[in-house]
Design a protein around this ligand. Structure first.
Ligand SMILES: Cc1cc2nc3c(=O)[nH]c(=O)nc-3n(C[C@H](O)[C@H](O)[C@H](O)COP(=O)(O)O)c2cc1C
Length: 390
């Protein structure tokens, strides 16, 4: 299904014209602790800033006098058509932002014609997302010390028809997000100031807390100790459950349980990209986890060209971290990415207006990408190439 600009775009979120505007709507709609959970990066947030600065450092060199009418954003991923070179990235705790949560995100992706990636730490069971949203679903996997959790997720995702497994390898030593730490007095206990601030968001209190109760980590609830299944209780306890010993041998281990496409999310090093090919991965996600893990890390876009040259013809290259504009997406595609994952940009839409807000965010990015293609003298995303960048 080709992407078509909707006439209603822009009406649903109080005049938001771009992702930055949607972010401001989101900031007003949810309590500070929830917004800061989405927004925050690790430590000094040098990586977070770098993710945006790296795009500014790349300039277009457009071509002129080319008929670009009838442009198309269509592409294919794993041999199946996609309306645009986009996918929604896995993010945990989505139910804390809006009651539409994971299902709203997945429905928006399905309506748009792109894949949705559900987090291991989702607030909706993976079976419910498949039943209520449909579309192309990918399952993100965190390996925890209790390996039964990963085995359970893989078996259930395969049974529910998920197309791909996205094995995240960059978070097992958990990043230090100090905004989050400041909002908690101790594990599982929000500070008084954060509770008071929540009271100032009655719409959020009614819609999120009263309608559904404190969001729960439903996917892995059966494996969590009492008190750790809720978003508030678990957010400080779950990081300690991550398995710190994962290695390349775990790709083999995952392969024993997972029959579908396998993506490794957490690659920034060209040697790791080559190793992922040898290990039999179908794709890699170049990412620094949106600046939430290692601080003072390269931006994914800075290593994309080198990695695409080394392995781009042998597996699917997906990139995320910092994408807020169609021009960012065009730059990544020109440098050799096959698809771009959208993290916070989709979450701003969700927090601002649920599923409708996510659709608006995707529309904004598609409108911008389409315009950039035209201005660069490209008829399709396949026309984007490194010579269009300086
Ligand atoms: C609130 C939030 C929660 C996230 N949760 C997960 C997760 O559960 N699993 C995962 O692999 N990545 C997670 N990520 C990282 C995203 O998948 C993605 O790499 C990142 O958001 C991309 O950067 P961007 O937000 O600048 O687009 C999370 C990111 C955010 C912002």
């Amino acid at each position: 299904m080709p992407w078509k600009r909707r006439a209603s775009s822009g009406r649903d979120c109080t005049g938001a014209l771009n992702i930055a505007d949607l972010r401001e709507v989101a900031r007003r709609r949810v309590p500070g602790f929830a917004f800061e959970y989405v927004e925050g990066g690790a430590e000094d947030e040098a990586t977070l800033r770098r993710n945006r600065e790296a795009f500014s450092a790349l300039r277009f060199v457009p071509q002129t006098l080319i008929d670009t009418s009838g442009r198309s954003l269509g592409t294919s991923v794993f041999g199946r058509p996609c309306a645009a070179p986009l996918a929604i990235a896995p993010t945990g705790l989505n139910g804390m932002l809006h009651p539409d949560g994971d299902i709203g995100l997945a429905r928006a992706a399905a309506a748009f014609g792109i894949p949705y990636t559900l987090s291991t730490l989702s607030t909706t069971r993976l079976e419910d997302v498949a039943a209520k949203a449909g579309g192309r679903l990918w399952m993100q996997l965190y390996i925890m010390k209790n390996r039964a959790i990963a085995e359970d997720i893989m078996a259930r995702a395969a049974a529910a028809g998920y197309e791909a497994l996205v094995f995240t390898s960059d978070a097992n030593v958990f990043g230090c997000r100090e905004w989050d730490k400041r909002n908690y007095a101790r594990p599982g206990k929000l500070r008084g100031a954060a509770i008071l601030d929540s009271m100032r968001h009655p719409h959020w209190l009614i819609e999120v807390l009263l309608r559904q109760g404190i969001p729960q980590f439903h996917n892995i609830k059966a494996f969590l100790p009492p008190g750790a299944a809720s978003a508030v209780g678990g957010s400080t306890i779950i990081p300690q459950m991550f398995e710190p010993t994962i290695t390349w041998a775990d790709i083999e281990w995952v392969r024993r349980y997972w029959p579908g496409k396998l993506l490794l999310k957490g690659v920034l090093n060209v040697d790791d990209a080559r190793r992922a090919v040898e290990a039999g991965c179908d794709g890699i996600v170049l990412t620094n986890h949106g600046g939430r893990q290692l601080d003072h890390c390269v931006a994914a876009i800075e290593v994309l060209g080198e990695i695409a040259a080394a392995v781009g013809s042998r597996l699917t290259i997906i990139i995320d971290s910092g994408f807020r504009r169609g021009s960012d997406i065009a730059k990544a595609l020109a440098l050799g990415a096959h698809t771009v994952m959208i993290g916070r940009a989709a979450l701003y839409g969700l927090a601002a207006n649920g599923e409708r807000g996510v659709r608006l965010a995707l529309d904004m990015l598609a409108v911008e990408l389409d315009r950039v293609l035209g201005q660069l003298g490209c008829r399709s995303v396949a026309d984007l190439r490194p010579s269009l960048l300086r």
